[in-house]
Design a protein around this ligand. Structure first.
Ligand code: NCD
Length: 308
């Protein structure tokens, strides 16, 4: 089985079979990460470029490590230090990268839909590494991979997603992915951080964090994205933490073997106290490791498709 598209633009475009293919391939890739020699030939002779118009630590580095572990030639370009700062357009920038024999272009952009716009214009495969508030498909895939490793199956899993839902591409991609895999999603956020169209999705919107977390198998916190807020959406960070933080007491409402997730970066003391972030139920560091395995799988599958 192969991926159907040359690009990975969003979870919306993937089938459940394709999601399973990526997760199964990532299982194999994870073994490479724990081997003493982290070198495979999966991407030998291939070229991978990351183009990031927004800040990133985990996503960018994990794509770069994934490319290197599999033997690709990789390069990074960001808006500062490139001709983007001279006003070059997105289309001219990606066409320039494309004609340098690039096989896979990984892009993060603040505009929703930017990767979808450029993908048909270039030969390289485009991977969406986050577009505005729309989607972050590779994050959702690594989240599903982490859930599957702990819970065995995603079917029927009860997942609580809490925090700044309005600005979160992570929440959107997780919602589409979990729905496709048969999991049930509950969400909670301050009313000012609730997207208007949430009632048109399969998510169950809960009035409080406690209601969302009660009985859950997975509890996922989201970062309060101050950089995307046009105006203050909460009187103060202290108030937010008081009503919406996932503290010890709230986490105890979930199933005793529930796992705690966060895509990072975390505002400690806001989304959750450090004791919970570092606590025994937290799989936040595992998510980061799994991010490398899942991105290795995605790069490999896209490259295999290009080879025909
Ligand atoms: C997320 C993102 O960029 O959307 N981070 C990530 O990729 N790990 C979430 C966030 O920034 O809050």
């Amino acid at each position: 089985m192969q991926l159907r598209s040359k690009d990975l633009l969003g979870i919306k475009e993937l089938s459940a079979e394709e999601i399973n293919l990526i997760l199964d391939t990532a299982e194999t890739m994870k073994h490479v990460l724990s081997a003493s020699s982290k070198k495979t030939a999966h991407l030998q002779g291939k070229s991978v470029v990351t183009l990031f118009y927004e800040n990133s630590t985990r996503t960018r580095l994990s794509f770069e490590m994934a490319s290197k572990f599999m033997g690709a030639s990789s390069a990074n370009i960001s808006s500062s230090g490139s001709s983007i700062n001279k006003g070059e357009s997105l289309i001219d920038t990606v066409r320039t990268i494309d004609v340098m024999a690039t096989d896979i272009l990984i892009m993060r952009h603040s505009q929703s839909g930017a990767p979808h716009m450029i993908a048909p214009l270039i030969k390289a495969s485009v991977v969406n590494a986050g577009d505005g508030m729309n989607e972050h498909p590779t994050q959702a895939l690594l989240d599903l991979f982490t859930m599957r490793q702990h819970k065995g199956s995603l079917q029927g899993l009860e997942v609580a997603i809490v925090g700044d839902l309005l600005h979160s591409r992570v929440a959107r991609s997780n919602l589409w992915a979990l729905e496709k895999m048969g999991a049930k999603v509950r969400m909670a956020a301050p009313s000012t951080m609730l997207p208007k169209d949430l009632d048109k999705t399969p998510a169950l919107v809960c009035p409080t964090v406690q209601d969302a977390v009660r009985g859950a198998d997975v509890v996922m916190g989201l970062r309060v994205q101050l950089e995307r807020q046009q105006k203050a959406l909460y009187p103060s960070i202290r108030e937010y933490a008081r009503f919406f933080a996932i503290d010890d007491k709230t986490l105890q409402l979930a199933k005793p073997d529930a796992i705690l997730m966060h895509p990072g970066p975390c505002n400690h003391g806001v989304e959750m106290p450090t004791s919970v972030y570092d606590g025994s139920q937290s799989v936040i560091n595992e998510q980061v490791t799994n991010g490398v395995a899942v991105r290795m799988a995605i790069l490999y599958l896209l490259s295999a498709r290009r080879n025909g």
